[in-house]
Design a protein around this ligand. Structure first.
Ligand code: GDP
Ligand code: MG
Length: 685
């Protein structure tokens, strides 16, 4: 058994209101209680604690909360529910090893869960599912299973069945142990009552157990699968531990999604879910090793989870704390770090000291002397670190696969209420920029204003509210503007001859560039067809610098360009007059000219919009979308609501929330995220 076996880094992923907070509270409550077992009867105190916490609601604001269940340490990494905060979701998914996905038994698979599900797919995250709110009217356990298959393309592995439904919900049937579980409400469900399966439910329980065993007999681990099949065919007793180990193997290879169920608010079903986290989700060394890039050789390097290796950690979130300064949340991938020692920031190539290391619990923090590979903690004292930085040592300077974040698509000008507060405002915005990679600040040289850019109106709204509440700076905000991009539609070849007298010295360059349009989303690329035998390497490098600078300064309108491929196809130089400076300038100018001859295009951000509206307002909502040049992708009919999926230009979406509210008496909701760039209407592509 490895030293990491006792550790789980998990996230709880859920659509807003599915019950993430309620379930997390129960997890912390039951695990806190079990961890203190051994202390003399603390029943009273625990119940008080629960009652108090229920009154005000535990506020779990830390980006990671540690608790203990059985002999395991569980780090629960917070994942935000709103898709306007894609970066936050992305960054938390990046550092967790497994996830619990909560579905509401009434709402089923909501669009936001779909988005996050696919993000988790992209990072190959093993998952277990929890169908919550079985006590609500309209709860449909089997309906959610079907939606998981149809909407997510998932293969559910049913491990539990509800006993009763809606207000008659009593507990659950555990198909692995073949028993019924109920919870004592007098101690907030701390005591679990175990019964035999009632005759009236036995047939269904057997049917689903057989189905489960059948699914387990086809997992990748043939030895386990064969043993299971043999025992099953011979009608022999199959041990719980054999089943659990098969479920674990299948979950880790992502053959299926084990499904748990319950009603967290009614204290039903949470402890088996905790068992599931421990039994089925991976330890840090059971996921594929992270791949990093060596800062010097630029070679790809695997970073196995080992404590006796060089230290490497990823800063995955920064929170500012008034007293302590920036809190850097780090995930340790290799080696270990000590508090009170210096650490090397590999991205910034600088050393700085970790004053303290903290482990965050629900209502307290604990000082750590050391953090080991596989674990997550907070480092206090790092002033330079930014989200996404790798920290470690000079001896092993590997940059952990940089996180990819979507581009900010909306901008707005901000000004301080009083001129004297300008520097305070600037400092606040730069602090936020450090914390959030999808938020940027820049000075507009023409107007002298500060321009902030982000993922949507709500995103910028939330951040400006923080400027006021956390940094106490009052600011005026202008109208939001769309961030456009420029590209080209054709291919073009351009010959640039550069000749200039600078300070009495001749500077010359001669290059031929080919520009062409790449696939949407491919990004910009520069390559050289000619080698050092034609042009000295330092001049080729100069051309590369010139082109890369030109990418950000646009063609016709000055917006950044995207999806353009540039090839240096020929070049000539003169021993006495050719300088890198001349080649860099020639590249920038040549790029502009080449693009102007390749049918330049203006591109605008298109948003993926999802609207949930009561059926009676469908016509109204669609009519309104129509005036915004929306392209309706599809409409899903649910029992009471219609779920509209559309692509809409961001430029037409300003003020949409107000307009949707008034059209539907406030009953519809919508979410919006960046989808892609497309030619601005009126421009051809
Ligand atoms: P989150 O947005 O995912 O964090 O969801 P919350 O935990 O805040 O829950 C949203 C609402 O659903 C709250 O009013 C909860 O009291 C309620 N809720 C959570 N779990 C259950 C449940 O099992 N049954 C019922 N009936 N309500 C629940
Ligand atoms: Mg919540």
């Amino acid at each position: 058994m490895s030293e990491f076996e006792k550790l789980r880094n998990i996230g709880i992923i859920a659509h807003i209101d599915a019950g993430k907070t309620t379930t997390t509270e129960r997890i912390i409550f039951y695990s806190g209680k079990s961890h203190r077992i051994g202390e003399v009867d603390d029943g009273e105190a625990t119940m008080d604690w629960m009652a108090q916490e229920q009154d005000r609601g535990i506020t779990i604001t830390a980006a990671v909360t540690t608790c203990y269940w059985r002999d395991k340490q569980i780090n629960i990494i917070d994942t935000p529910g709103h898709v306007d905060f894609t970066a936050e979701v992305e960054r938390s998914i990046r550092v967790l090893d497994g996830a619990v996905v909560i579905f509401c038994a009434v709402g089923g698979v909501e669009p936001q869960s779909e988005t996050v599900w696919h993000q988790a797919d992209r990072y190959h995250i093993p998952r277990i599912a929890y169908i919550n709110k079985l006590d609500r009217i309209g709860a449909d356990f089997f309906g959610v299973l079907k939606e998981m298959e149809q909407k997510l393309g998932a293969t559910p592995l049913v491990l539990e069945l509800p006993i009763g439904a809606e207000s008659e919900l009593q507990g659950i049937v555990d198909l692995i142990g073949m028993r019924e579980l109920r919870w004592d409400q007098n101690d907030y469900g701390t005591t679990m009552i175990v019964d035999e399966i009632d005759d009236s439910r036995l047939a269904q329980a057997r049917e689903y157990r057989e189905k489960m065993l059948d699914q387990l007999s086809s997992i990748g681990d043939e030895e386990t699968a064969n043993t299971l099949t043999e025992l099953f065919l011979e009608d022999k007793e199959i041990s719980e531990s054999l089943i659990r180990s098969a479920v674990r193997k299948g979950t880790l290879e992502r053959s299926f999604i084990p499904v748990f169920c319950g009603a967290s608010l009614r204290n039903v079903g949470v402890q088996p879910l905790l068992d599931g986290i421990v039994d089925f989700l991976p330890a840090p060394d059971e996921v594929p090793p992270l791949v990093g890039v060596h800062a010097k050789s630029e070679k790809q390097i695997e970073v196995p989870c080992r404590t006796d290796a060089a230290p490497l950690a990823l800063v995955y979130k920064i929170q500012s704390d008034r007293e302590a300064g920036p809190l850097s949340y780090i995930r340790m991938y290799s080696g270990h770090l000590r508090s009170g020692t210096a650490v090397y920031n590999i991205d910034k190539r600088k050393r700085e000291r970790i004053h303290r290391l903290l482990r965050m619990h629900a209502n307290r923090s604990e000082q750590l002397h050391e953090i080991h590979a596989g674990d997550v903690a907070v480092a206090v004292g790092l002033k330079m670190a930014q989200t996404g930085d790798t920290i470690g040592s000079e001896q092993f300077p590997v940059i952990l696969e940089p996180m990819s974040f979507p581009v900010p698509v909306i901008s707005v000008a901000v000004e301080p209420k009083t001129l004297s507060e300008r520097s305070k405002l600037e400092a606040a915005l730069h602090q936020l920029e450090k914390e959030d990679p999808t938020f940027t600040v820049r000075d507009d040289e023409d107007t002298g204003q500060l321009i902030i850019s982000g993922m949507g109106e709500l995103h910028l709204d939330v951040l400006m509210t923080r400027v006021l509440s956390d940094f106490k700076v009052q600011a005026k905000i202008g109208n939001p503007q769309v961030s456009y991009r420029e590209s080209i539609n054709k291919e073009a070849l351009h010959h640039e001859k550069y000749h200039k007298l600078i300070a009495g010295k001749e500077n010359s360059a001669d290059i031929t560039l080919r520009v062409r349009r790449l696939r949407r989303g491919e990004g910009n690329r520069f390559e050289s067809e000619i080698g050092p035998d034609t042009l000295p390497q330092e001049l080729i490098d100069a051309v590369s610098r010139g082109i890369n600078a030109a990418f950000s300064s646009g063609i016709v309108y000055g917006y950044p360009v995207i999806d353009i491929g540039v090839t240096l196809v020929a070049g000539q130089y003169n021993q006495s007059t050719s300088t890198p400076l001349a080649f860099e300038a020639a590249a920038a100018m040549g790029f502009d000219e080449a693009c102007r001859g390749a049918e330049p295009a203006l591109l605008e951000p298109i948003m993926r919009v999802n609207i949930l509206t009561p059926k009676e307002y469908l016509g109204e909502v669609l009519g309104n979308l129509n005036t915004r040049q929306a392209e309706i992708v599809r409409i899903d009919s649910k029992s009471k609501v219609e779920s509209i999926h559309a692509h809409v230009p961001l430029a037409t979406m300003f003020g949409y929330s107000t307009s949707l509210r008034s059209a539907t008496q406030g009953r519809a909701t919508f979410s919006m995220e960046f989808s892609h760039f497309a030619p601005r209407s009126g421009f051809s592509e």
